[in-house]
Design a protein around this ligand. Structure first.
Ligand SMILES: Cc1cc2nc3c(=O)[nH]c(=O)nc-3n(C[C@H](O)[C@H](O)[C@H](O)COP(=O)(O)O)c2cc1C
Length: 207
């Protein structure tokens, strides 16, 4: 990713808030700015799975997330009702947006073009401007509605990166599994990382 535009990271109410949190850590480490959006169920799952409680108005949550990630200005949180955010309009550029984790509800609403909150509107904008929309769906098993919605979004150019770690890199810890999935997200938006060894890297190093 050559431009210096921030990446929009969205945490929805699917299981796996850690994917969004780990993604933000890696983006900040790579020197990328981050625009952060969180759905109401996203806050609930963050608290349930990670014990993270980011409550309050837009200003308070901004302070809390900047403290959590130990950063100052590269990270901006937008309330999900803030249509005055630049993310609500195509005039701010095509955009790169990663929804991690992405609930089936959010997938369905994006696929239907509902745009009833900033997350849905911002995703709609990225699709209409032919930017880079990356979705990390988390549900199992998947029903035909989930599959059809993902197919529709994939045909529109969204990248579907399911939370499906591989095991060929011989993961030893939960971190290894999380990093594998987050590495796949970073690959889709062109951010260099060393979260997981590239397949064949050892073989070519010994050639
Ligand atoms: C602890 C917890 C885990 C959940 N896990 C999932 C999940 O993995 N996938 C999913 O699609 N929904 C999951 N849900 C349900 C969603 O949060 C719910 O459908 C919500 O309306 C999604 O809203 P959002 O898309 O605006 O975040 C979970 C809910 C809770 C409380």
């Amino acid at each position: 990713m050559s431009d210096n535009q921030p990446v929009t990271v969205v945490i929805t109410g699917a299981s796996g808030s850690i994917y969004g949190v780990r993604l933000i850590e890696n983006l900040l480490e790579a020197g990328k700015g981050v625009n952060l959006l969180i759905s109401d169920p996203g806050f609930i799952v963050l608290e349930e799975e990670m014990g993270i409680s980011w409550k309050g108005d837009e200003l308070s949550v901004n302070q809390l997330v900047r403290e959590y990630f130990n950063t100052d200005k590269e990270l901006i949180y937008f309330d999900n009702s803030n249509y005055f955010s630049p993310l609500a309009s195509g005039s701010s550029g095509r955009g790169t947006m990663v929804i991690a984790p992405c609930s089936m509800g959010t997938i369905g609403r994006i696929a239907s073009g509902i745009s009833a909150n900033l997350i849905e509107r911002a995703a709609d904008v990225v699709l209409k401007e032919k930017g880079n929309l990356v979705l990390l769906p988390r549900e199992t098993p998947l029903n035909a509605i989930h599959l059809e919605n993902m197919l529709m979004l994939s045909r529109m150019g969204a990248r579907i990166v399911p939370a499906m770690p591989g095991f060929y890199h011989k993961p030893q810890t939960m971190d290894d599994l999380i990093n594998f999935v987050v590495g796949k997200l970073l690959d889709q938006i062109g951010i260099e990382h060393d979260l997981v060894k590239k397949w064949g890297a050892e073989a070519s190093a010994t050639e």
